[in-house]
Ligand binder design. Structure first.
Ligand code: F3S
Length: 89
């Protein structure tokens, strides 16, 4: 699970880190700072509580785990394991 904060929307209401202090923190201006790393499932309810209580809708929660995410665009498939790598008879 990952959380993202849209810095263009966050104006520093502070509800996110007040309601979910294990997920969100504040910077020197009182704006939300979210961890850049994957969060454990145990924090999902808290992450959602913080996101749902942001009046600016600045926070998004992606519940997928890292292995569920699509590969970055433009990255070619691994040809060593694809059908083109089979020897021709
Ligand atoms: Fe910002 Fe919303 Fe939190 S405005 S500080 S993300 S409650």
């Amino acid at each position: 699970m990952r959380v993202r904060v849209d810095g263009r929307r966050c104006v520093g209401h502070g509800r996110c880190y007040a309601l979910a202090p294990e997920v969100y923190a504040d910077d020197e201006r009182g704006h939300c700072v979210a961890p850049a790393t994957e969060l454990p499932r145990e924090l999902e309810a808290q992450a959602r509580r913080g996101a749902e209580n942001c009046p600016e809708h600045a926070i998004s929660v992606d519940a997928r785990v890292e292995s569920d995410r699509p590969r970055p665009e433009g990255r070619p498939p691994d040809r060593r394991t694809g059908p083109m790598s089979r020897p021709r008879s």
